[in-house]
Design a protein around this ligand. Structure first.
Ligand code: UDP
Length: 321
């Protein structure tokens, strides 16, 4: 297939582009390089552009004639979304609308959307399945849920079919260390711990040890980037075949605490990290774990790199490259 990957120069998008190319698909990456890197796009065609530029977007569809679109381009910092909601609604919602409208115009009807566990808000139960109430706590989560909601309207009115994939904590790196996590600024736990171990940072802060969890630190569901991408590929294949829109939660189904991540990182690297206890970070639920049964049963998806040590080892190989 020919697939337009929007945001293909970012962390998840670049791993996706690599997998699509490895599987023999044709890829066009569209990215404004606001947080992505040109050299992370390992092949296919590349267009530097912004979704706000609808004329340019239109030209891309006319020139490359994609059969499907995967959309990874969004801002992802929860705290920033509270400070600057306009930025988040503009980029994550309005710009996505531009993309969807261009798809409708060019009659491209298959859309894979990067959604997030943040659409659920404070969990009412864990593990979180697709039926869990959607009550996002911040503009970031709301901007993603709004897209999920309008996709139902676009399907009804325009026949645009979609799969929304709600990521829990994407982590790890390409097993060959060709790609990895390069956020600027970095806010995610695993790369921060590894940067503290490698000496790029002085320490890792633990945001709260008084949560209602066995060791008092927050529990998250870390899913390997390659497993995340393989779910996208299966979702696209099935969407094109069956034309059935769906929403899936994607995680390992296993939770690991902040302290466990630090301990496993020390084991994997054989080095100690300087840990500083810090206050809770606003808006952090104690426990976020996915129930990914639906994705497994419906897509035949089976994550390969479920072991935290493997996820961290791949991230470490990238960090030390
Ligand atoms: N965390 C931490 N110190 C850091 C960064 C993150 O203790 O420097 C904690 C954070 O409070 C959360 C977990 O690690 O409980 C995962 O945070 P991250 O930002 O990686 O992902 P999120 O779950 O917020 O999407």
């Amino acid at each position: 297939m020919k697939i337009l990957v929007v945001g293909g120069a970012g962390y998840i998008g670049s791993h996706m582009v690599k997998m699509l190319l490895d599987e023999g698909h044709k890829v066009v990456t569209f990215d404004n390089l606001s947080s992505g890197f040109r050299d992370a796009v390992l092949g296919g065609d590349f267009v530097e552009g912004d979704l706000a530029n609808t004329a340019m977007l239109d030209d891309v569809f006319t020139k490359y004639k994609p059969e499907a679109v995967m959309h990874f381009a969004s801002y992802i910092q929860v705290g920033e979304s509270v400070q600057h909601p306009a930025k988040y609604y503009f980029n994550n919602f309005t710009n996505t609308l531009n993309l969807l409208n261009t798809m409708v115009k060019h009659q491209v009807n298959s859309f894979i959307f990067s959604s997030t566990a943040a659409v659920f808000g404070e969990p009412e139960y864990v593990p979180i399945d697709e039926a869990h109430p959607k009550a996002p706590l911040n503009p970031y989560g709301r901007s993603k849920l709004m897209v999920e909601q309008i996709l139902a309207d676009y399907e009804h009115a325009y026949g645009l079919k979609s799969v929304c994939l709600r990521y829990f904590n994407a982590a790890g790196a390409d097993p060959g260390a060709l790609l990895g996590e390069r956020h600027e600024p970095e806010t995610h736990l695993i790369p921060l711990v590894l940067q503290a171990i490698s000496g790029r940072r002085s320490h890792i802060s633990v945001f709260g040890r008084d949560y209602d969890t066995p060791d008092g630190t927050c529990i998250r569901d870390y899913i390997h980037i390659v497993d995340l991408c393989s779910a996208h590929l299966l979702a696209l294949t099935q969407l094109v075949k069956d034309g059935v829109s769906q929403r899936f939660n994607l995680g390992n189904g296993a939770g690991f605490s902040v302290q466990e991540v630090i301990s496993v990182a020390e084991q994997v690297t054989g080095k100690k990290v300087n840990v500083i206890d810090a206050p809770r970070r606003a808006g952090d639920p104690a426990r976020l774990v996915a129930d990914a049964t639906l994705a497994k049963n419906t897509l035949g998806w089976s994550p390969v790199y479920t072991d935290l040590a493997t996820i961290i080892a791949h991230a470490w190989a990238w960090e030390t490259k």
